[in-house]
Design a protein around this ligand. Structure first.
Ligand SMILES: C[S@@+](CC[C@H](N)C(=O)[O-])C[C@H]1O[C@@H](n2cnc3c(N)ncnc32)[C@H](O)[C@@H]1O
Length: 462
């Protein structure tokens, strides 16, 4: 069905109307993504708020920006073919106009004439009349074929990994990293799943709110986590989200934290838990409630002061909110072996959360993974030093990349004789066996509908 809110073609005239505000917002945000290295999912919401775009306009702008970012290299290949010139010969703002127009033409339910006319109007208002002929001609050429036809034509003659990279709009090194981890028949579905926006999942903070009360106001129960609910509207509409008794959190993150809370301790508890890399605080807010049930108390550490403030904000609804330290996890400000449970949810490449970070697949480089690998090892070492003998560590990433997951765990375990793996399936028995790689948790968007979250649960034996 065509999009009724954004379908109207506008006459081509010298006195043009002002461009559609939703498209204008997506364009302004995309310029910041490319010109200022902004993050698409952070830059758009304030623009929408400032311009009072809500409801369908906000949803249209959000989808337009996310799609143009995610599928960027594939769209660029199509634009180059249609324009019969290298992309680098076009000025940056024109490239962005064409990416936005291409997404509307090939992957949104916007009639072709409306997509072309609205983008030409936007080009006139933002870059100037002189580029409207070019924008019009290239988009009309693109409109001549479906997305599928463009992909078939451009993939002809490419070797399969490159054809797959084009079809799924991922850089070849990420295709290779996924191919290293998944059976061949799941590779394309796994990559395609990164091109679909993640649903809004809520989490209730244990002891403060219940899933039942969210269901009473229209949410659906979550698929895996007992703390999760699905919500199809704006989370800020919910009083529980506004007051901090519930939040927004992927179910994969909930499961990773829940697994740690369920790990059996083999000595008398100290009563303290640590979240070593807590910002922005989603898992800390869940762990604080889970700790309260045992009972135990959480301490949260975070290197970046502004992220530490977000951690504290996320836990504001607890009657005695946990302490949040601005601290470097590789230079611990606490005594060794002080905690029963330690979460090391380390900085990672985010290759398992690409559906949430539309531009990130094009920014990340293989060298980032190696640099992160070294930091991840140091943080896991601190986590292990911080836990008491008999206690448990969860090493968690939202990347499935082998260098950030099993390689890190294997390297740290090879250096020490005081660690054993707690099989993740024993901590999360509700999940099917496709949620585990050996003794580790490894979720996937195309299998579980969650981010591709990895968790290794380790016990310190002495
Ligand atoms: C993957 S995020 C953690 C996400 C968080 N657990 C949540 O659920 O919201 C990793 C965090 O580690 C922080 N970080 C990076 N280096 C650190 C260090 N050396 N010590 C402590 N935190 C660090 C980053 O600033 C970032 O906030």
């Amino acid at each position: 069905m065509p999009d009724r809110r954004h379908p109207r073609p506008r006459p081509r005239s010298r006195s043009r109307r002002s461009p559609d505000p939703a498209r204008r917002a997506a364009f302004d945000a995309l310029r910041k993504v490319h010109g200022e290295d902004a993050y698409a999912n952070l830059v758009l919401p304030p623009l929408l708020a400032q311009r009072q775009l809500i409801g369908r306009d906000a949803a249209f702008a959000t989808e337009l920006l996310a799609g143009a970012c995610r599928l960027e290299r594939t769209y660029d290949t199509i634009i180059e073919a249609a324009a019969a010139r290298p992309l680098g010969t076009l000025q940056p703002a024109v490239r962005d106009l064409l990416r936005l127009g291409t997404h509307q033409l090939l992957n949104m339910r916007v009639p072709s004439h409306a997509a072309v006319a609205a983008t030409v109007e936007l080009a006139a208002a933002t870059v100037g009349e002189r580029v409207t002929g070019l924008v019009n001609a290239v988009l009309r050429k693109i409109a001549g074929q479906s997305y599928h036809q463009w992909l078939s034509a451009l993939a002809a003659g490419l070797e399969e990994p490159d054809a797959l990279a084009l079809r799924t709009a991922h850089p070849p090194w990420i295709v290779a990293a996924y191919a290293d981890l998944l059976p061949a028949d799941e590779l394309e579905p796994a990559l395609q799943a990164n091109n679909i926006s993640a649903p809004v999942t809520l989490v209730v903070r244990p002891g403060l709110a219940s899933v039942g009360e969210l269901i009473d106001v229209g949410a659906e129960p979550g698929r895996w986590s007992p703390y999760a609910a699905r919500w199809s509207g704006n989370p800020a509409e919910l009083s529980q989200v506004r007051d901090g008794t519930a939040g927004v959190q992927d179910e994969g993150s909930q499961l990773a934290a829940w697994g740690l809370a369920r790990a059996p301790l083999t000595t008398a508890p100290t009563g303290w838990w640590l979240d070593l890399c807590a910002g922005p605080g989603g898992k800390a807010a869940l762990l604080a409630g889970l700790a309260g049930e045992q009972p135990a108390r959480l301490a949260a550490a975070e290197l970046a002061p502004h992220r530490a403030r977000l951690v504290a904000q996320g836990m504001r609804a607890y009657p005695s909110p946990p302490a949040v330290l601005v601290a470097d996890g590789i230079r611990p400000a606490w005594r060794p072996a002080a905690f029963d449970r330690v979460l090391a949810d380390v900085p990672c490449s985010g290759l398992g959360a690409l559906r949430r970070r539309p531009e990130s697949r094009w920014r990340r480089q293989p060298a980032d993974v190696e640099e992160l690998h070294r930091l991840q090892i140091r943080l896991l070492q601190t986590a292990v030093d911080s836990v008491a003998p008999g206690g448990a560590v969860a090493y968690v990433t939202c990347s499935p990349h082998r260098r950030e997951t099993t390689d890190v765990v294997a390297e740290v375990m090879a250096e020490r004789a005081d660690l054993e793996v707690i099989p993740a399936a024993t901590l999360l028995p509700e999940l099917g066996e496709d949620a585990f790689t050996g003794p580790f948790l490894q979720l996937w968007p195309h299998r579980h509908g969650t981010d591709a979250m990895f968790a290794a649960y380790l016990r310190r034996t002495r």
